[in-house]
Structure formats: structure tokens, C-alpha cells
Design a protein around this ligand. Structure first.
Ligand code: THU
Length: 130
């Protein structure tokens, strides 16, 4: 966990956020033990901004890993992942009941929650709803 915290804080230092000034770093621990990082990358066309969590996840999947088990997110105030990121993270979560997410502030401190606690109702298409 210490390595993951350090990786998230380090990734945050590379955030490109000239419009919001809100730097975010993310570090994912993949099932095979490798760490994948990302930062938010903003754009002058604001909606084209990519969050740190999705940057890390897309990097992981593009490298061939399909499952993550721990996520560390670093912000100035311990912010939690946004709804879009939660949905994208759900797609590749090893086990929502045991996967953990730690949301760090600038001191590298913050609560740890399971992914299921953070996002109990991910969208899915196999519920038989009409
Ligand atoms: N942001 C993230 O990187 N992750 C989130 O889960 C929420 C928001 C970024 C997007 C934008 O660059 C900045 O934080 C302010 O919204």
C-alpha cells in the first residue's frame, strides 16, 4: 500500500490542470502485482478532459492487464472518484467486495473503502429489466 500511495502522489505532480487547478493522481494495483499510474489531463474544450483514474485504467488495459484490486487517488482534499470513473473502474474490478480504494489528501492520508461501498450499483445489462 505504501508503494501505491507514493505512486499516486507522484502521478499527481504530473497533472495537467490549468483550467481547474485541481490536480489528481491515481495509482492502480493490477492483479499481477504491477502498478499503473495516471493523472488528470485537461483540455481547453473542457469536456475533453480525462480524469486521473481513467488515465491509469486505460494505461493498464492497453498494457494487457484486465483486473485491478487496489486504487489510490491523490488530491488536495481526499476527493473520491467521479461517477464516470467509478463506472469505468467497475468494468475491470477484480472483486468489488474486496477491492479497496484509498482517497488521499496532500499529506498522503485518507480513508480506505471497498469498491462496493463506493459504488454499490454499477450499471449492467444482465438484470432482466425492461
Ligand atoms: N478529476 C479527476 O481526475 N478524477 C475524478 O474522479 C474527478 C475529477 C479531475 C477532472 C478535472 O481535471 C479536475 O479533476 C476538476 O474536476
Amino acid at each position: 500500500m505504501e508503494d501505491l500511495v507514493r505512486a499516486a502522489l507522484d502521478a499527481r505532480s504530473r497533472a495537467y490542470c490549468p483550467y481547474s487547478g485541481y490536480a489528481v493522481g491515481a495509482a492502480l494495483l493490477g492483479s499481477d502485482g504491477q502498478v499503473w499510474t495516471g493523472c488528470n489531463v485537461e483540455n481547453v474544450s473542457y469536456g475533453a478532459t480525462v480524469c486521473a483514474e481513467r488515465t491509469a485504467l486505460v494505461t493498464m488495459v492497453a498494457a494487457g492487464e484486465r483486473r485491478w484490486r487496489t486504487l489510490a487517488v491523490a488530491t488536495r482534499d481526499g476527493g473520491t472518484p467521479c461517477g464516470v470513473c467509478l463506472q469505468v473502474l467497475a468494468e475491470f474490478c477484480e472483486d468489488p467486495a474486496t477491492a479497496t480504494v484509498v482517497c488521499l489528501d496532500e499529506e498522503g492520508a485518507g480513508p480506505t473503502r471497498t469498491f462496493l461501498e463506493l459504488f454499490p450499483f454499477a450499471f449492467r445489462t444482465d438484470l432482466g429489466q425492461t
